[in-house]
Write a protein that binds this ligand. Structure first.
Ligand code: GLC
Length: 842
């Protein structure tokens, strides 16, 4: 009888299992153990990529082997000629050809699939932590290629291993190729006279058969040269694209005619399109045997200076060591915060992919991606963007973050507001390239009815973000002495040494003072050319409630800093300023069910129920909560209106409804069709602010729901809709007013990364640095019975266990640190050792 019952229930369960079976993802899968995303097809919906190295040396490697490398500055020191707008199937600056002798001719394929487009038996691209690895099988060969930049080096390595997986020996050649760009990236595209006249490639044979190909634009010959070489001897090379492709370039990248000859032509290039192609004869590879070689692409002052690195990476043991060191860097980096919650997708994002993306945005700001192409110096390191990016890496690399923080402070003007962006090399070399005031230049000539400039030439928010960034650094490190350090202000046209200087504290004071002194009719901070929302450009005199909230938040930070310094008077002063703006805001900005977003110079509200388009804005609701300026019930009501009117299954829209056509009066926002970007799109950067606001209100279930609906990992099953990389946040998803609702674009370089990481770690998990210790103040889904986390803080490791016996969202009932119950939810600063923190919610 018993047996029968068991059988019956087993039989009953079987169909359920069947239906639960998930179809294999179409494009790839997450390998959490290896911390990789593994692509199984090269035909991604759009170009996907990864980053290698850092801004000092590195760039983008796409999933089909295209490589965009630069040193220090994408616009001013670009190395390879990657043209992002070319179709996915085109050669883009680099590839490898594998050539197999087949009777009298050759079979040729690229393990990247591009550009030969050869059908393969197996193809995988492993998107790893600052490396890319392909495993491709065709014609009885398995080719493994790993591309990475050793930590701290100026060399891109390509570790190539070819294994004969079929029977019988195979005669194989390996031909890696790079194409160079003029160092001024934009000139490469806009000048076909001067650029090619300067581009030079020389081959240097060494006595033992190694070759080093040296490349430079003529005026860089004595200052910065690029080089390509390999660990092994090569048979021949080509430096001239025309020669390599053959028949005056009627040969193509898919089928370079020179590859039908045993050797390349050893062409140098005294002008024209410079490439570096090496003919590496692997010889006859016997069954099951592997041939390995490693190429180097680097830049140094001269080949003499490069000699040391060249020698180092010609030893494959050093290549292995460099790869291990890279893995150690990441292990150490990620170990700063690790979580173990009941939600696997949350863990994977918080433990690996999100902090990794934060490292990328910290490096490249909005300068270099497949969307932000890094041409011209009018873009660069963005003041507001980088200030926010820095907060995403502050716990992991505060001292490195400080270098960029100081650079940002050095483009703050003496008046207190900031330049909008700068090219990194322009700052370092003081070479006449100046920081710039940003897009506001576009409207410089526009005059109002009295003949005065109609638009501000400054942004209302830039200078306020840095207050938050510095406060983050101080809380993380406790190094208050930073505040006494002197840093110049930015004065266009003046050399760095001649500029006015001020202490870091003085810089911060001028930030908030600038906003205090630029208030509008309602007593709210002026918009300037724009606030966070770059696309709402109202004429001078407009006020922004976002700038209001950001200013208030910056004042809270100033109070915290001054308090920590013991400056009671200053605390009182900022408290007064805070109360003033809070009152002005509540007196003017409540629209009935939500907060107004802007007032134009005549006092008309934007983001109000009476408006036809843009009735309600997301940031208009979240930021009053984040900054604490929303009075009473209005905080909740604003957030509930947001939920009702702006939330979708793919994320919260930035506003609704979208403008239906270009309206010069509002500017940028109406250049997009409804549902796109700032015009009613799901502009993801705004979403973590909604999560943070919900945790402040104590609504952990809501916060987590907002978190999950934009988690890119959760899109792996709907990539034909989402299209963007599932391993990083894109900047925007099309909203529900758009036909392509759900489609993600502008991957990698988005403030979404820093803020979602902050939302997850500091507000949902609720572990954050304070001046006096480590705060544990979770706001989690009520279903969670608890979680564990490890956090490194000021030299010590905190092992935190949170229990949630009553299934609440928020509220610490008890905290025990190293066995001692303490009277708050702040674990003390220890500076060393491992410490146990047990927290009970209730
Ligand atoms: C882009 C800009 C950023 C701006 C945002 C919203 O992400 O880089 O500075 O805040 O758009 O307009």
């Amino acid at each position: 009888m018993a047996t029968k019952t068991v059988k019956k229930s087993a039989a009953k369960k079987a169909p359920a299992k069947k239906t639960a079976k998930v179809a294999a993802p179409k494009y790839g899968y997450f390998d959490d153990a290896a911390k990789e995303y593994v692509l199984t097809t090269p035909a991604t919906p759009i170009k996907w990529c990864n980053y290698v190295g850092t801004l000092n040396f590195g760039g983008i490697v796409d999933t089909t082997g295209g490589t965009l490398v630069c040193k220090g500055d994408p616009a001013l020191n670009r190395i390879t000629k990657y043209i992002a707008q070319m179709p996915c199937s085109d050669f883009k600056a680099s590839t490898i050809y594998i050539r197999i002798k087949d009777g009298k001719s050759y079979k040729i394929f690229s393990p990247f699939y591009v550009p030969t487009l050869t059908k393969m038996d197996k193809w995988e691209c492993h998107v790893g932590l600052s490396y890319m690895r392909w495993i491709a099988e065709a014609f009885g060969l398995r080719v493994q290629v790993t591309i990475f930049v050793p930590t701290g080096s100026n060399t891109l390595l390509q570790d190539i291993q070819v294994t004969n997986i079929a029977g019988g020996a195979k005669e194989v050649d390996i031909i890696p190729v790079y194409e160079f760009s003029h160092f001024e990236a934009e000139k490469q595209l806009t000048n076909a006279d001067w650029v090619p006249q300067t581009m030079t490639l020389k081959g240097h044979w060494e006595k033992d058969g190694h070759v080093v190909l040296e490349q430079y634009a003529y005026m860089k010959r004595d200052y910065a040269v690029n080089y390509v070489t390999a660990d092994c001897k090569v048979g021949s090379f080509d430096g001239d694209r025309r020669v390599f492709l053959g028949q005056n370039e009627m040969g193509s990248w898919a089928n370079p005619l020179s590859l039908q000859n045993k050797e390349l032509a050893n062409s140098e290039c005294d002008r024209g399109d410079n490439i570096a192609a090496l003919m590496i004869h692997a010889g006859k590879i016997a069954a099951k045997k592997t041939f390995r070689t490693c190429t180097q692409l680097g830049q140094e002052q001269s080949l003499k200076v490069a000699a040391k690195a060249i020698k180092k990476y010609r030893d494959l043991k050093n290549v292995d060591k460099a790869f291990e060191e890279l893995a150690k860097f990441w292990e150490n980096y990620l170990s700063t915060i690790q979580v173990n919650t009941p939600d696997a997708a949350f863990n994977s994002m918080v433990n690996v992919h999100n902090p990794r993306q934060c490292h990328t945005t910290k490096n490249w700001s909005r300068y270099l991606s497949l969307y932000q192409l890094g041409y011209g110096t009018s873009r660069g390191i963005g003041y507001r963007d980088s200030s926010q990016d820095l907060m995403g890496v502050m716990s992991h690399m505060p001292e490195e973050a400080l270098v960029l923080t100081k650079n940002l402070l050095s483009v703050q003007r003496p008046e207190g507001n900031a330049m909008h962006q700068y090219a990194p090399l322009a700052l370092e070399e003081d070479n006449g390239n100046e920081a710039n005031a940003g897009d506001s230049r576009e409207k410089k000539g526009v005059l109002d009815e009295n003949g005065n400039p109609a638009y501000a030439d400054w942004y209302g928010d830039d200078h306020l973000w840095i207050v938050l960034t510095v406060a983050n650094y101080l809380r993380e490190t406790g190094k208050m002495e930073l505040l006494d350090e002197e840093i110049p202000f930015y004065e266009a046209g003046k050399k760095r040494a001649q500029r006015e200087k001020g202490t870091v504290l003085e810089h911060l004071k001028r930030s908030v003072k600038f906003s205090r002194e630029h208030l509008g009719k309602h007593g709210l901070p002026l918009l300037g050319f724009a606030d966070w929302n770059d696309c709402m450009n109202l004429p001078l005199g407009a006020e922004s409630t976002f700038n209001t909230a950001l200013y208030a938040k910056a004042l809270l930070e100033m109070m915290g800093i001054e308090e920590a310094l013991g400056n009671k008077e200053a605390v009182e002063m900022y408290k007064g300023w805070y109360e003033d703006v809070k009152k002005a805001f509540n007196d003017s900005a409540w629209d009935g069910k939500w907060w107004t977003r802007w007032f134009d110079k005549d006092g008309n509200g934007y983001g109000v129920s009476s408006a036809k388009y843009g009735k309600i804005y997301c940031n208009g609701q979240s930021w009053p909560v984040i900054s604490g300026i929303a009075f009473g019930d209005r905080a909740v009501q604003g957030m509930d209106s947001l939920n009702k009117l702006l939330n979708t299954k793919y994320g919260v829209k930035s506003s609704t409804p979208g403008y239906r056509g270009f309206e010069p009066a509002v500017g940028g926002i109406s250049t997009y069709p409804p549902g796109a970007k700032e015009n009613g799109g799901i502009f993801l950067h705004t979403n973590p602010w909604v999560m943070i606001a919900e945790t402040i209100l104590g609504r952990g279930d809501k916060a987590f729901e907002y978190y999950c609906q934009i988690n890119p990992a959760s899109k792996n099953g709907i990539l034909d809709i989402f299209e963007s990389e599932p391993y990083c946040y894109p900047q925007n998803i099309l909203g529900d007013e758009h036909k392509q609702f759900g489609m993600g674009r502008n991957a990698w370089l988005s403030g979404t990364s820093s803020w979602t990481y902050q939302a997850a770690t500091q507000f949902i998990i609720g572990i954050r640095a304070s001046f006096n210790g480590l705060v544990v103040d979770p706001c989690i889904p009520s279903a969670w019975a608890g979680f564990e986390a490890t956090r490194k803080f000021r030299g010590a490791t905190y092992q935190i266990t949170v229990k949630n016996p009553n299934h609440v969202c928020k509220g610490v009932a008890k905290m025990v640190v190293d066995g001692q119950e303490i009277d708050s939810n702040v674990a003390p600063v220890f500076t060393k050792g491992v410490h146990k923190v047990e927290v009970t919610l209730g």
